[in-house]
Design a protein around this ligand. Structure first.
Ligand code: SF4
Length: 454
C-alpha cells in the first residue's frame, strides 16, 4: 500500500484541503437556491420559515427512527427536532462533504485520510446525516462505511478498468441522453446524488456538475424521445432523479408521458436507502400520476433496511409502483451467501422484487470492490432452491464496452444427450429430464419409440 505521508502530516493536510469540487446544488435547477427550508408537506416551491416548516412537516411525518440513528442523533445533533431530521431538505443541506466534517463522525483510518491528502477524489464525498448514522464510527471495514467513505484504493487503476466501462459515451446522442437499444433510452436527469457510492459506474459524470437538470437540456432530450417512435421505455437515472424537486419531476414525467409511443417510464434511485425522508406523500402524489411507472431501488446491504427504508418503500408500493432491487456485488460488503440472502429477504419484506445482482463494473479505481465471477455464481447457487424463487435476483454482467447485460447462471446441467439431460439440484442430487424422443406429434412422423398409450 502506497501512503505518501505519515499520519500527522495527513491530518494537517486534510484540515487544509477540504474537497471543494461538489457541484452547485442542482435541486433548484433553474431557480436560485433558497436559504429557507421548504416544507415537505406543502408544494416544494413554497418556501416557508424554518419554524412553520417544522410544524407542518411534523404533521405528516411520524417520528420514525431506528435505534442506531436515534443514538447517533443524541450524540451529534442533540435537541434537533424530529421535523428537521425528517426533512429531506435538511438532510441535503447538512450532507457530510468534507474530510473535516467526516472526521467529526468517524475515526478515520490512514487509508481513508490518505485519499484526501494525495489528490482530489475523482468522485466527491457526500453522505446524508441519516446514512452517516448507519455507519460504524471506529471500524473502517464496516460494510456500509466502505461503500461511501473514500480510501486511497480509489487511486489504483487495474488492467481493464475504464472511466466509462459501459461505453455509454459512444451511445450518447446529446448530453445526458444515452440511446443504446432501439426501444429504450437512458435519460440522465441530474448528476447529483445525496450520497455518493464509491463504486459508481458513472463516477466520470456524477457530482461533477456535468449533468445539470436545466429545462433547456431536458427539453432537447424529450424532443429526441418524441421524434424517435421506436422508444417505448424511458429510464430516468443520473445522479439520482429523486433529488429533484417535486415540481421538476412532475414536469419531466408529464412531458414524457405526453409522448404516445412511450409505454413505460422507469426511475433508478438509491433514495429509499440513503435518504428515505425524500419519499413524502407529495412526492408519491406526483409519481402515481404517471403510471405505468416502475422503480429500480439500489440496495447494497441488509443494514440499509431500516424502519425508515421500509416506510419509504411501503409508500411507493402503496402508490402502485412496481419496485425492483438493484444490488452491486461488492467484495467484503455483500459477497457471501448469508449477507445476500438476508438482503434479498429484506427486499421481499419491503415489497421490492430482487431484480438484478450486478457484477461490479470495471470502473477505474474499483479493484478493491470487485469479486471474481465465480464468487457471484457461488452466491446464486447458494440462493436458488434455498429460498423463495422470487428472492433470487438475476446475476448479470453489464458487458464492458457496451454489450448490454448478460445473465450468468451456475451450471446445473451435468450431461446432455439425445435422450435427455442430467441435472443437479440445489442439494447436489442428480435428476434426468427425458427429451421427447419418439413423440408421435413432434414431427417424427411415426409412433416409434412410444412406450405405451394412456
Ligand atoms: S446513487 Fe447511483 S448514481 Fe449516485 S453515486 Fe450511487 S451508484 Fe452512482
Amino acid at each position: 500500500m502506497y501512503l505518501p505521508m505519515d499520519s500527522q502530516t495527513i491530518r494537517s493536510f486534510v484540515q487544509e484541503h477540504e474537497t471543494d469540487d461538489e457541484p452547485p446544488d442542482p435541486r433548484q435547477d433553474d431557480e436560485p437556491p433558497s436559504p429557507s427550508l421548504t416544507c415537505l408537506s406543502t408544494h416544494s416551491s413554497f418556501h416557508v420559515s424554518a419554524l412553520s416548516a417544522e410544524a407542518s412537516c411534523q404533521a405528516v411525518l411520524p417520528s420514525l427512527c431506528n435505534s442506531k440513528t436515534q443514538d447517533f442523533r443524541h450524540r451529534f445533533y442533540p435537541g434537533l427536532p424530529d421535523a428537521r431530521w425528517n426533512s429531506w431538505h435538511w438532510q441535503l443541506q447538512n450532507r457530510i462533504c468534507t474530510p473535516t466534517a467526516l472526521s467529526r463522525f468517524l475515526d478515520l483510518s490512514l487509508e481513508e485520510m490518505g485519499v484526501f491528502a494525495e489528490l482530489k477524489t475523482k468522485l466527491p464525498l457526500g453522505v446524508t446525516p441519516y446514512y452517516m448514522s448507519l455507519l460504524h464510527g471506529s471500524a473502517p471495514g464496516h460494510p456500509l462505511r466502505r461503500t461511501v467513505v473514500p480510501t486511497v484504493h480509489e487511486f489504483f487503476k487495474l488492467p481493464g478498468e475504464e472511466n466509462d466501462p459501459l461505453g455509454e459515451e459512444g451511445h450518447t446522442q446529446m448530453p445526458g441522453l444515452v440511446h443504446r437499444y432501439p426501444d429504450r433510452v437512458l435519460l440522465l436527469v441530474s448528476g447529483f446524488c445525496s450520497t455518493y457510492c464509491r463504486y459508481c459506474t458513472r463516477s466520470r459524470l456524477v457530482g461533477r456538475g456535468k449533468i445539470y437538470p436545466s429545462r433547456s437540456r431536458l427539453e432537447k432530450a424529450i424532443d429526441y424521445i418524441r421524434n424517435t417512435p421506436t422508444i417505448r421505455d424511458v429510464l430516468l437515472s443520473g445522479g439520482d432523479p429523486l433529488t429533484l424537486s417535486d415540481a421538476k419531476l412532475d414536469w419531466i414525467l408529464g412531458r414524457i408521458r405526453e409522448i404516445p409511443h412511450v409505454e413505460i417510464i422507469r426511475i433508478g434511485t438509491k433514495v429509499p436507502a440513503v435518504l428515505p425522508q425524500r419519499v413524502t406523500p407529495e412526492l408519491v402524489r406526483v409519481l402515481r400520476k404517471y403510471h405505468p411507472l416502475w422503480m429500480s431501488l439500489h440496495f447494497t446491504h441488509p443494514e440499509e433496511c431500516t424502519p425508515e427504508a421500509y416506510d419509504a418503500c411501503a409508500m411507493l408500493a402503496d402508490a402502485g409502483i412496481p419496485l425492483g432491487s438493484q444490488t452491486v456485488l461488492l467484495k467484503g460488503i455483500n459477497d457471501d451467501v448469508a449477507t445476500m440472502k438476508a438482503l434479498m429477504h429484506q427486499m421481499m419484506r419491503m415489497r421490492v422484487k430482487p431484480y438484478y445482482l450486478y457484477q461490479c463494473d470495471p470502473v477505474a479505481g474499483s479493484g478493491h470492490f470487485r469479486t471474481s465471477v465465480a464468487r457471484g455464481l457461488e452466491i446464486i447457487r447458494g440462493l436458488r432452491g434455498h429460498t423463495s424463487g422470487y428472492a433470487v435476483p438475476t446475476y448479470v454482467i453489464d458487458a464492458p464496452g457496451g454489450g448490454g447485460k448478460i445473465p450468468l447462471l451456475p451450471n446445473y446441467v451435468v450431461s446432455s444427450s439425445d435422450a435427455g439431460v442430467v441435472l443437479e439440484n440445489y442439494e447436489n442430487r442428480l435428476f434426468t429430464y427425458p427429451n421427447p424422443v419418439g413423440c408421435p406429434d413432434g414431427g417424427c412422423g411415426s409412433d416409434n419409440g412410444v412406450e405405451g398409450y394412456i
